[in-house]
Design a protein around this ligand. Structure first.
Ligand code: FJE
Ligand code: FE
Length: 291
Protein backbone atom coordinates (compact mmCIF):
# COMPACT_ATOMS: atom_id res chain seq x y z
CA UNK A 1 0.00 0.00 0.00
CA UNK A 2 1.41 3.43 -0.98
CA UNK A 3 2.56 5.48 2.04
CA UNK A 4 0.40 8.55 2.65
CA UNK A 5 1.93 11.99 2.03
CA UNK A 6 2.08 13.97 5.25
CA UNK A 7 1.28 17.67 5.67
CA UNK A 8 4.00 19.93 7.02
CA UNK A 9 3.69 23.21 8.95
CA UNK A 10 4.50 26.17 6.70
CA UNK A 11 3.77 29.06 9.09
CA UNK A 12 3.59 29.53 12.87
CA UNK A 13 2.00 32.66 14.37
CA UNK A 14 1.47 33.55 18.05
CA UNK A 15 -1.82 35.30 18.93
CA UNK A 16 -1.61 37.83 21.75
CA UNK A 17 -4.65 39.23 23.58
CA UNK A 18 -6.43 42.22 22.04
CA UNK A 19 -9.68 44.05 22.91
CA UNK A 20 -12.83 43.11 20.97
CA UNK A 21 -16.57 43.62 21.27
CA UNK A 22 -17.72 45.46 24.43
CA UNK A 23 -14.94 44.93 26.96
CA UNK A 24 -14.04 41.43 25.75
CA UNK A 25 -10.55 40.10 25.04
CA UNK A 26 -9.66 37.84 22.12
CA UNK A 27 -6.57 36.17 20.76
CA UNK A 28 -7.15 36.43 16.99
CA UNK A 29 -5.83 33.54 14.90
CA UNK A 30 -7.22 33.54 11.35
CA UNK A 31 -8.25 37.07 10.38
CA UNK A 32 -5.19 38.81 11.79
CA UNK A 33 -2.81 40.64 9.45
CA UNK A 34 -0.37 37.70 9.13
CA UNK A 35 -3.22 35.22 8.67
CA UNK A 36 -5.75 36.94 6.38
CA UNK A 37 -8.54 34.70 5.18
CA UNK A 38 -7.43 31.10 4.90
CA UNK A 39 -10.20 30.12 2.48
CA UNK A 40 -12.85 28.96 3.52
CA UNK A 41 -12.10 30.42 7.00
CA UNK A 42 -12.56 34.12 7.76
CA UNK A 43 -11.73 34.39 11.46
CA UNK A 44 -10.86 32.37 14.53
CA UNK A 45 -10.97 34.09 17.92
CA UNK A 46 -10.02 32.53 21.24
CA UNK A 47 -12.22 34.72 23.43
CA UNK A 48 -12.01 35.38 27.17
CA UNK A 49 -14.83 37.31 28.76
CA UNK A 50 -16.37 38.16 32.15
CA UNK A 51 -19.54 40.15 32.85
CA UNK A 52 -20.40 42.93 32.09
CA UNK A 53 -18.32 42.51 28.88
CA UNK A 54 -19.86 40.80 25.87
CA UNK A 55 -20.84 40.97 22.24
CA UNK A 56 -24.16 42.86 22.33
CA UNK A 57 -26.68 43.16 19.49
CA UNK A 58 -24.95 42.73 16.12
CA UNK A 59 -25.85 41.27 12.71
CA UNK A 60 -24.29 38.63 10.47
CA UNK A 61 -24.86 37.82 6.77
CA UNK A 62 -23.10 35.52 4.30
CA UNK A 63 -21.25 33.11 6.60
CA UNK A 64 -21.42 30.80 9.63
CA UNK A 65 -20.27 31.36 13.21
CA UNK A 66 -19.10 28.30 15.15
CA UNK A 67 -18.93 28.88 18.90
CA UNK A 68 -17.20 26.19 20.95
CA UNK A 69 -17.01 26.71 24.73
CA UNK A 70 -13.88 25.76 26.67
CA UNK A 71 -14.77 27.20 30.10
CA UNK A 72 -17.79 28.97 31.60
CA UNK A 73 -20.82 29.65 29.41
CA UNK A 74 -22.33 32.06 26.90
CA UNK A 75 -25.91 33.21 26.43
CA UNK A 76 -27.08 33.85 22.89
CA UNK A 77 -30.37 35.42 21.79
CA UNK A 78 -31.46 36.32 18.27
CA UNK A 79 -34.14 38.57 16.77
CA UNK A 80 -36.39 35.60 15.90
CA UNK A 81 -36.66 34.41 19.50
CA UNK A 82 -33.97 31.71 19.38
CA UNK A 83 -32.28 31.87 22.78
CA UNK A 84 -30.08 29.56 24.82
CA UNK A 85 -26.95 29.04 26.86
CA UNK A 86 -23.93 26.96 25.87
CA UNK A 87 -21.66 25.55 28.56
CA UNK A 88 -18.18 23.94 28.74
CA UNK A 89 -17.55 21.70 25.74
CA UNK A 90 -20.85 22.61 24.06
CA UNK A 91 -21.08 23.69 20.42
CA UNK A 92 -23.24 26.12 18.47
CA UNK A 93 -22.86 25.96 14.68
CA UNK A 94 -24.94 28.95 13.43
CA UNK A 95 -25.45 29.42 9.71
CA UNK A 96 -26.37 33.11 9.60
CA UNK A 97 -26.74 32.97 5.80
CA UNK A 98 -29.28 35.68 4.70
CA UNK A 99 -29.31 37.32 8.09
CA UNK A 100 -29.11 36.95 11.83
CA UNK A 101 -29.22 39.74 14.41
CA UNK A 102 -28.17 38.44 17.80
CA UNK A 103 -26.37 39.08 21.05
CA UNK A 104 -23.74 36.87 22.72
CA UNK A 105 -23.10 37.51 26.43
CA UNK A 106 -21.30 35.54 29.19
CA UNK A 107 -23.53 33.32 31.33
CA UNK A 108 -21.08 32.77 34.20
CA UNK A 109 -19.95 35.24 36.89
CA UNK A 110 -16.28 34.26 36.42
CA UNK A 111 -14.30 33.80 33.23
CA UNK A 112 -15.88 32.32 30.11
CA UNK A 113 -13.51 31.15 27.42
CA UNK A 114 -14.05 29.60 24.02
CA UNK A 115 -13.37 29.65 20.29
CA UNK A 116 -15.44 31.42 17.67
CA UNK A 117 -14.71 30.41 14.08
CA UNK A 118 -16.18 32.23 11.09
CA UNK A 119 -16.66 29.96 8.08
CA UNK A 120 -17.45 31.54 4.73
CA UNK A 121 -20.46 30.31 2.72
CA UNK A 122 -20.42 29.66 -1.03
CA UNK A 123 -22.46 32.24 -3.01
CA UNK A 124 -25.24 29.69 -3.57
CA UNK A 125 -25.81 29.44 0.22
CA UNK A 126 -25.26 33.02 1.36
CA UNK A 127 -28.96 33.87 1.15
CA UNK A 128 -30.29 30.60 2.62
CA UNK A 129 -32.58 30.67 5.64
CA UNK A 130 -30.50 30.83 8.85
CA UNK A 131 -30.18 27.63 10.84
CA UNK A 132 -28.64 26.34 14.08
CA UNK A 133 -26.96 23.08 14.95
CA UNK A 134 -26.36 22.89 18.69
CA UNK A 135 -24.68 19.99 20.50
CA UNK A 136 -24.09 19.49 24.22
CA UNK A 137 -20.61 18.34 25.16
CA UNK A 138 -21.77 14.80 25.93
CA UNK A 139 -23.41 14.52 22.50
CA UNK A 140 -20.29 15.41 20.52
CA UNK A 141 -18.86 12.09 19.26
CA UNK A 142 -15.35 11.15 20.42
CA UNK A 143 -12.62 8.98 18.95
CA UNK A 144 -10.22 7.30 21.41
CA UNK A 145 -7.46 5.82 19.23
CA UNK A 146 -5.44 4.94 22.34
CA UNK A 147 -5.39 5.53 26.09
CA UNK A 148 -4.55 9.16 26.76
CA UNK A 149 -5.85 10.48 23.43
CA UNK A 150 -9.37 11.96 23.17
CA UNK A 151 -10.58 13.43 19.87
CA UNK A 152 -13.92 15.31 19.87
CA UNK A 153 -15.26 15.25 16.31
CA UNK A 154 -17.01 18.59 15.87
CA UNK A 155 -17.16 18.37 12.07
CA UNK A 156 -15.88 15.80 9.58
CA UNK A 157 -14.36 12.51 10.69
CA UNK A 158 -11.51 11.15 12.81
CA UNK A 159 -10.43 7.50 13.24
CA UNK A 160 -13.72 6.36 11.74
CA UNK A 161 -15.88 8.51 14.04
CA UNK A 162 -18.17 10.87 12.11
CA UNK A 163 -19.50 14.22 13.38
CA UNK A 164 -23.19 14.98 13.79
CA UNK A 165 -22.85 18.43 12.23
CA UNK A 166 -23.87 18.83 8.59
CA UNK A 167 -21.70 21.45 6.88
CA UNK A 168 -22.71 23.37 3.73
CA UNK A 169 -19.09 23.37 2.59
CA UNK A 170 -16.84 20.34 3.27
CA UNK A 171 -15.23 21.08 6.65
CA UNK A 172 -13.44 19.21 9.42
CA UNK A 173 -13.00 20.47 12.98
CA UNK A 174 -11.56 18.27 15.72
CA UNK A 175 -10.60 19.03 19.33
CA UNK A 176 -7.67 16.82 20.39
CA UNK A 177 -6.35 16.23 23.91
CA UNK A 178 -3.18 14.13 24.15
CA UNK A 179 -1.30 12.97 27.23
CA UNK A 180 2.53 13.15 27.19
CA UNK A 181 4.27 10.52 25.05
CA UNK A 182 1.47 9.93 22.53
CA UNK A 183 1.29 9.93 18.72
CA UNK A 184 -1.75 10.54 16.49
CA UNK A 185 -2.19 10.78 12.74
CA UNK A 186 -5.23 12.82 11.63
CA UNK A 187 -6.42 12.20 8.07
CA UNK A 188 -7.10 15.41 6.11
CA UNK A 189 -8.68 15.25 2.64
CA UNK A 190 -5.93 16.29 0.21
CA UNK A 191 -7.95 19.20 -1.25
CA UNK A 192 -8.55 20.83 2.16
CA UNK A 193 -6.73 23.94 3.37
CA UNK A 194 -6.27 24.07 7.11
CA UNK A 195 -4.49 24.96 10.29
CA UNK A 196 -3.96 23.94 13.88
CA UNK A 197 -4.69 26.26 16.82
CA UNK A 198 -2.97 25.27 20.07
CA UNK A 199 -4.72 25.84 23.40
CA UNK A 200 -2.34 24.42 26.00
CA UNK A 201 0.75 22.24 26.37
CA UNK A 202 3.31 21.44 23.68
CA UNK A 203 3.43 19.03 20.76
CA UNK A 204 5.38 18.42 17.56
CA UNK A 205 3.22 18.89 14.47
CA UNK A 206 3.48 17.76 10.88
CA UNK A 207 6.11 15.95 8.85
CA UNK A 208 8.62 18.63 9.87
CA UNK A 209 7.92 18.19 13.64
CA UNK A 210 7.15 21.90 14.17
CA UNK A 211 6.89 22.67 17.88
CA UNK A 212 3.57 24.23 18.84
CA UNK A 213 2.81 25.87 22.19
CA UNK A 214 -0.32 27.57 23.52
CA UNK A 215 -2.01 30.22 21.34
CA UNK A 216 -0.08 29.44 18.14
CA UNK A 217 -1.67 29.04 14.70
CA UNK A 218 0.20 26.44 12.62
CA UNK A 219 -0.74 26.64 8.94
CA UNK A 220 -0.74 23.36 7.03
CA UNK A 221 1.09 22.93 3.73
CA UNK A 222 -1.09 22.51 0.65
CA UNK A 223 1.14 19.75 -0.71
CA UNK A 224 -1.77 17.37 -1.26
CA UNK A 225 -0.85 15.54 1.93
CA UNK A 226 -3.53 13.35 3.45
CA UNK A 227 -2.34 13.10 7.05
CA UNK A 228 -0.94 15.29 9.78
CA UNK A 229 1.21 13.43 12.32
CA UNK A 230 1.30 14.87 15.85
CA UNK A 231 3.45 13.76 18.77
CA UNK A 232 3.70 14.79 22.42
CA UNK A 233 7.12 14.28 23.96
CA UNK A 234 7.57 16.79 26.80
CA UNK A 235 4.02 17.48 28.02
CA UNK A 236 0.31 17.00 27.41
CA UNK A 237 -1.28 19.02 24.59
CA UNK A 238 -4.73 20.42 23.76
CA UNK A 239 -5.39 21.86 20.29
CA UNK A 240 -7.89 21.98 17.45
CA UNK A 241 -7.38 21.05 13.80
CA UNK A 242 -9.62 22.99 11.41
CA UNK A 243 -9.63 22.37 7.65
CA UNK A 244 -12.00 22.76 4.72
CA UNK A 245 -12.52 22.85 0.98
CA UNK A 246 -11.49 26.28 -0.36
CA UNK A 247 -14.52 28.06 -1.87
CA UNK A 248 -12.43 30.09 -4.34
CA UNK A 249 -14.93 32.93 -4.73
CA UNK A 250 -14.31 36.68 -4.32
CA UNK A 251 -14.60 37.85 -0.68
CA UNK A 252 -15.93 41.33 0.09
CA UNK A 253 -16.21 41.84 3.85
CA UNK A 254 -17.59 44.75 5.84
CA UNK A 255 -17.47 43.78 9.52
CA UNK A 256 -20.10 41.10 10.05
CA UNK A 257 -21.24 41.06 6.41
CA UNK A 258 -19.28 38.79 4.04
CA UNK A 259 -20.48 38.66 0.44
CA UNK A 260 -18.97 38.35 -3.05
CA UNK A 261 -19.43 41.89 -4.41
CA UNK A 262 -19.52 45.46 -3.08
CA UNK A 263 -23.09 45.77 -4.35
CA UNK A 264 -24.13 42.80 -2.17
CA UNK A 265 -22.48 44.47 0.83
CA UNK A 266 -24.42 47.67 0.18
CA UNK A 267 -27.60 45.60 -0.08
CA UNK A 268 -26.78 43.85 3.22
CA UNK A 269 -26.34 47.18 4.97
CA UNK A 270 -29.54 48.54 3.39
CA UNK A 271 -31.56 45.40 4.27
CA UNK A 272 -30.28 45.55 7.85
CA UNK A 273 -31.18 49.22 8.26
CA UNK A 274 -34.59 48.81 6.58
CA UNK A 275 -35.38 45.46 8.27
CA UNK A 276 -36.00 43.53 5.03
CA UNK A 277 -34.82 40.52 2.97
CA UNK A 278 -33.98 38.39 6.01
CA UNK A 279 -33.59 41.23 8.53
CA UNK A 280 -37.34 41.64 9.13
CA UNK A 281 -37.85 43.13 12.62
CA UNK A 282 -34.21 44.12 12.99
CA UNK A 283 -34.82 47.84 13.18
CA UNK A 284 -36.84 47.61 16.41
CA UNK A 285 -35.30 44.53 18.09
CA UNK A 286 -33.17 44.71 21.23
CA UNK A 287 -31.89 41.67 23.08
CA UNK A 288 -32.89 40.99 26.70
CA UNK A 289 -29.52 39.41 27.57
CA UNK A 290 -27.57 42.58 26.77
CA UNK A 291 -29.61 44.88 29.02
N1 FJE B 1 -16.33 43.87 16.69
C1 FJE B 1 -17.14 42.85 16.24
C2 FJE B 1 -17.80 42.95 15.03
C3 FJE B 1 -18.63 41.92 14.61
C4 FJE B 1 -18.81 40.79 15.40
F1 FJE B 1 -19.62 39.77 15.01
C5 FJE B 1 -18.12 40.67 16.61
C6 FJE B 1 -18.32 39.47 17.43
O1 FJE B 1 -19.45 39.19 17.81
C7 FJE B 1 -17.20 38.62 17.80
C8 FJE B 1 -15.88 38.75 17.39
N2 FJE B 1 -15.16 37.76 18.00
C9 FJE B 1 -15.96 37.01 18.79
N3 FJE B 1 -15.66 35.94 19.56
C10 FJE B 1 -16.64 35.37 20.27
C11 FJE B 1 -17.95 35.82 20.21
CL1 FJE B 1 -19.17 35.04 21.17
C12 FJE B 1 -18.29 36.90 19.40
C13 FJE B 1 -17.27 37.51 18.68
C14 FJE B 1 -17.30 41.70 17.03
F2 FJE B 1 -16.65 41.60 18.22
FE1 FE C 1 -22.19 37.07 16.55
Amino acid sequence: MATKVTRTIVKSVLSREQPEGAGATVRRSIGRRELRNLDPFLMLDEFSISPPAGFPDHPHRGFETVTYMLEGSMWHEDFKGHKGKIGPGDLQWMSAARGILHSEMPGTRGLSRGLQLWVNLPARHKMDEPNYQELLDENIPRANPEEGVVIKVIAGESYGVKSRVITKNPTMYVDIKMAKGKKVEQIIPKSYAGFIYTLSGTALFGGNHQKGEAHYTLVLSDNGGETIPIETTTSEAHFVIIAGEPIKEPIVQYGPFVMNTEQEIFSAMFDYERGQNGFEGASTWHSEIST
